[in-house]
Design a protein around this ligand. Structure first.
Ligand code: ADP
Length: 380
């Protein structure tokens, strides 16, 4: 069967960025989302208007397409598993997703695989005597967290219970705070024949737990690259996934790598692959799930910088165009605007700047100053 119609659950910018490669590959996208103003509605062949977790709507989606993929992980697996005839319907399969959607279960899975994890616990009640935590500590909602929503750093034992209560006082993941020197991301796809392609390692920089900028390639030694590749390969093979995963990593002072989390989908750190690699992460994901050969994943430039354009008080639906004009004067730049209504802190778009071969000063030195230039224009 030739796969042509792809259902995607979720309508945000990650689904929107699948629009162009879908066209290139001759695929049609049918999007399930509740919001008519979502970015991906503009690129969809058809839309099933329903909540992401609405499995009855997903069974309607299934009737219209050859395979179903995911833009986010906020789905409800028990109800999705009731959909009949689902062999090769979902990519990733529901079995691949099963150990990953709940952050505590994901930590247990990483531990079972013998992959490097921060120490972690389940926090379920207010009795401090039940726990032997060391501080600082990080509390995370087990599900539905994004952009640091649902993640709280707890500095000492006096803050623990108020922080836990502010999260609703249910069952939460507690984990050791890692004093990392860098945060890295590795993205890779696996297709139905088991072939794996791994992108170069990227450095991500977060502020207030929100990704602000990404540098490619990350300035790390070959040992770290090999370790990151081994970690993602183990995850892709053990889950037997058909699709694309990103793994967020902490690099410590001693060169140790620890997994922060697995995102079972395309990822913010991979936006620069659109302009910097022969195959973007979005195209690669579609290739994997449409059973087409995987594409090349090398960097085609000496380096690339991606800056997230977050909403702030000075931005509204109309005046961003003046900023866009200024940003586009930066050589080798590519501006993306998702068309979402501006709100402070919301990811509204991004900008990728490529650094060609032979530029001076060296690429690694240039990257922070390029990011600074973009941010000075955007937030200035
Ligand atoms: P989300 O899923 O909402 O993106 P993450 O779990 O990735 O949340 O956390 C967001 C950011 O918070 C991370 O990129 C990192 O900067 C910081 N963070 C998360 N967990 C830890 C930890 N155990 N130690 C230190 N910093 C952490």
């Amino acid at each position: 069967m030739q796969i042509r119609k792809i259902g995607i659950i979720g309508g945000g910018q990650l689904a929107w960025m699948m629009g162009e490669p879908a066209q290139k590959l001759g695929l049609e996208l049918i999007i399930q989302t509740p919001h008519s103003e979502d970015p991906a509605v503009t690129i969809a062949k058809e839309v099933v208007y329903a909540e992401v977790g609405d499995a009855i709507a997903t069974s309607r989606l299934a009737a219209q397409c050859d395979v179903i993929g995911f833009e986010n992980e906020f789905v409800d697996l028990p109800t999705l598993s009731l959909i009949p005839n689902q062999e090769n319907l979902f990519h990733p399969s529901l079995q691949s997703l099963e150990p990953l959607l709940d952050k505590y279960n994901q930590r247990c899975y990483l531990q079972e695989l013998g992959l490097p994890n921060p120490q972690f616990w389940l926090l379920e009640d207010a009795n401090q005597d039940n726990y032997n935590f060391s501080y600082p500590l990080v509390l995370k909602a087990r599900r539905h967290g994004y952009d640091g929503q649902g993640t709280i750093v707890v500095k000492d034992k006096f803050q623990l219970i108020p922080a836990w209560q502010s999260m609703g006082g249910g069952s939460v993941l507690a984990e050791e705070f890692i004093p990392f020197v860098k945060e890295l991301a590795v993205i890779a796809a696996r297709n139905i024949t088991g072939e794996i392609r791994i992108y170069p390692i990227f450095e991500t920089q977060q502020e207030d737990q929100v990704c602000r900028r990404v540098f490619a390639p990350a300035a790390v030694n070959q040992e770290v690259v090999l370790l990151a590749e081994k970690i993602i390969t183990t995850i892709l093979e053990s889950t037997q996934v058909v699709g694309l995963f990103a793994v967020e990593l902490f690099l410590t002072e001693t060169g140790e790598l620890l997994v922060n989390e697995i995102a079972p989908r395309t990822h913010n750190s991979g936006h620069l692959t659109i302009d910097a690699c022969p195959t973007s992460q979005f195209e690669q994901y579609l290739r994997a799930i449409a059973e087409q050969p995987l594409g090349e994943v090398n960097l085609q430039t000496a380096g690339a910088v991606m800056v997230n354009l977050l909403g702030h008080a000075g931005i509204d639906q109309d005046n961003y165009l003046a900023k866009k004009q200024l940003l586009e004067q930066i050589p080798h730049s590519h501006f993306y605007w998702y068309g979402k209504s501006p709100r402070p802190g919301r990811k509204l778009g991004h900008m990728t700047v490529l650094i060609p071969e032979g530029t001076s000063p060296a690429v690694q030195e240039k990257m922070p100053s390029i990011a600074h230039q973009v941010e000075a224009i955007w937030y200035g």
